[in-house]
Design a protein around this ligand. Sequence first.
Ligand SMILES: NC(=O)c1ccc[n+]([C@@H]2O[C@H](COP(=O)([O-])OP(=O)(O)OC[C@H]3O[C@@H](n4cnc5c(N)ncnc54)[C@H](OP(=O)(O)O)[C@@H]3O)[C@@H](O)[C@H]2O)c1
Length: 256
Amino acid sequence: MTGSIPVAVLGASGRMGRELIRGIAAASDLTLVGALASPGGAALGRDAGVFAGVGVLGVAIGADRGAALKSARVALDFTLGPAVAENLAACRERGCAVLVGATGLDAAARDLIQAASRDIAVLEAGNTSVAVHVMAQLVQTAARLLPEDFDIDVFEVHHRGKRDLPSGTALQLAAAAKAGRDLSGRSGRAIGHAGLRAGSVVGEHTVSFSGPGERLELTHRSQDRSAFASGALLAARWLAGRRPGRYTMADVLGRG
Ligand SMILES: NC(=O)c1ccc[n+]([C@@H]2O[C@H](COP(=O)([O-])OP(=O)(O)OC[C@H]3O[C@@H](n4cnc5c(N)ncnc54)[C@H](OP(=O)(O)O)[C@@H]3O)[C@@H](O)[C@H]2O)c1
């Protein structure tokens, strides 16, 4: 389609990948041009649209990164942490901008993101929901305004299939709280974390500010993955043609 942004979905057979493909199929300004899954994955060879439940899109799910990225201007990486390094290297080699939506990244992967961002636009977002972005700003503000004897704790619940703990979102919210406290130059006890992996919960995060005799809680509940997908597609549009650099959802959505 003329003027449409060619997008590759890495992790196309996964829960997020299928949600993204449904979103791309419904968008007039985005075109799916590549779909990657793991070597030996059950979806290899299937049409990505059919696998996502939106009918034939003419893009087969494959395990070859070069083929998946061949015509792409933007890649959306929603694979699992260990695959991110290979995805980044392939995007860098092809000059393809990438949204790293995968979580559970180790220090080596973060170093690779930094290195790749010299040559391509890399946006790292452990949570692409617009509301979570706003929540992080509220958390930072609350941490700055509340007295230092308020304890700060992050509690999260996710489905039993989620591998990383803490979640990328929990880490992001803890960083926002820390930024709020650092800004005011105060030091309290370390920010606490607790998490539960159970059932089919898409994702819930609460940040508690517990003081003497009172508690403030900020909670975000994901009801389905469409909120992550729509934020990721906003990021895809923003990334297309973006100059090399390291970006976050704050760059896409504004810092408020
Ligand atoms: N940023 C956000 O807002 C957000 C929201 C939700 C989830 N996430 C993160 O997104 C990631 C995916 O979550 P999910 O729930 O969709 O997981 P999932 O259902 O397990 O899907 C994982 C996908 O990655 C593929 N994959 C795994 N290893 C691979 C490899 N070595 N090479 C190529 N592809 C590989 C899988 O392919 P096969 O099916 O062939 O194994 C599958 O398509 C996780 O890191 C999760 O934490 C981010």
